[in-house]
Design a protein around this ligand. Structure first.
Ligand SMILES: Nc1ncnc2c1ncn2[C@@H]1O[C@H](COP(=O)(O)OP(=O)(O)OP(=O)(O)O)[C@@H](O)[C@H]1O
Ligand SMILES: [Mg+2]
Length: 253
């Protein structure tokens, strides 16, 4: 059984059919890319799977169990985390505090229990801090633990978002354009980081416009166009698909 099964997923916003009858499977342990022109429905697909939007029709299963209608927090508990196309970093907090927000999202359900035993709460805070610091090291931000987010470069903040998502201890992480707006050097760093995340055993789903990065990282690729599935397969299969060449690669190559 695939880790994630998406069946006939659709959402309409008024007359806009942003995602239409899209089906695909994602096996555990792979890097899966979703590509397509601007407005193709990539972010909307992420929003549907991560519980931000409710689909008009269709089903989403994680480990064979429907996760339809679950909130982003409930999905976080089941090991689904994400980053955002537009940075969602708290600018007046330190880098470390931003990462700890991710850990708190995972643990809030236990907060009440923990609060009854407050000495353990302090211990837990200490453990979360150490864990967050470790993740900042992992994403290459080790020297910036106490930097205020608004003093950090855009490239650093993109990596900080990945650290925050990892603090939720996900099995499945959705990265919406992790390299958007980055220079070539920063893009190579993010490419290596995504590889590192995948090698740590986390299944990665990636939206990215940088074709070199997509082809380099992905085991399988889903191509969307006007909300519909245009093609799905390995990089080589997708690259040779005439519909894909016409609709997408042809205009970008
Ligand atoms: N909340 C919403 N209300 C109305 N329309 C929406 C909403 N969210 C997305 N759309 C529309 O759905 C379509 C798909 O948008 P989406 O953001 O998913 O595209 P995308 O593939 O992520 O594009 P990009 O590459 O530019 O990020 C667009 O026509 C968009 O305007
Ligand atoms: Mg998008």
């Amino acid at each position: 059984m695939a880790l994630l099964e998406v069946r006939d997923l659709s959402i309409h916003f008024g007359g806009v059919k942003a995602v239409q009858n899209v089906s695909f499977d994602i096996d555990a342990g792979i890097v899966y890319a979703v590509i397509g022109p601007n407005g193709a429905g990539k972010t909307t697909l992420f929003n549907l799977i991560t519980g931000v939007y409710r689909p008009t029709a269709g089903d989403i299963r994680l480990d064979g169990e429907s996760i339809q209608g679950k909130s982003p927090n409930q999905l976080a508990e089941r090991g689904v985390a994400r980053t955002f196309q537009n940075l969602q970093v708290c600018m007046n907090m330190s880098a470390l505090e931003n990462v700890m927000v991710g850990a708190h999202l995972r643990l809030d359900r236990n907060l009440f229990k923990a609060a009854l035993r407050w000495p353990r709460l302090r211990q837990r805070d200490r453990a979360l801090r150490d864990e967050a610091a470790g993740l900042m090291d992992f994403v290459g931000l080790g020297p910036y633990l106490h930097a205020r987010a608004d003093t950090m470069s855009y490239g650093m903040l993109k990596r900080l978002e990945i650290a925050r998502a990892l603090a939720m201890k996900p099995r499945l992480v959705f990265l919406d354009e992790p390299a958007a707006g980055l220079n070539p050097k920063e893009t190579i760093e993010v490419d290596a980081l995504v590889r590192k995340v995948a090698d740590s055993g986390i299944t990665v789903v990636l939206v990215e416009h940088d074709m070199k990065m997509v082809m380099n990282l992905s085991d399988r690729i889903l191509v969307l166009d006007y909300g519909k599935k245009l093609a799905e397969g390995t990089g080589a299969q997708v690259r040779q698909n005439p519909d894909v060449i016409a609709a997408y690669l042809g205009t970008h190559a």
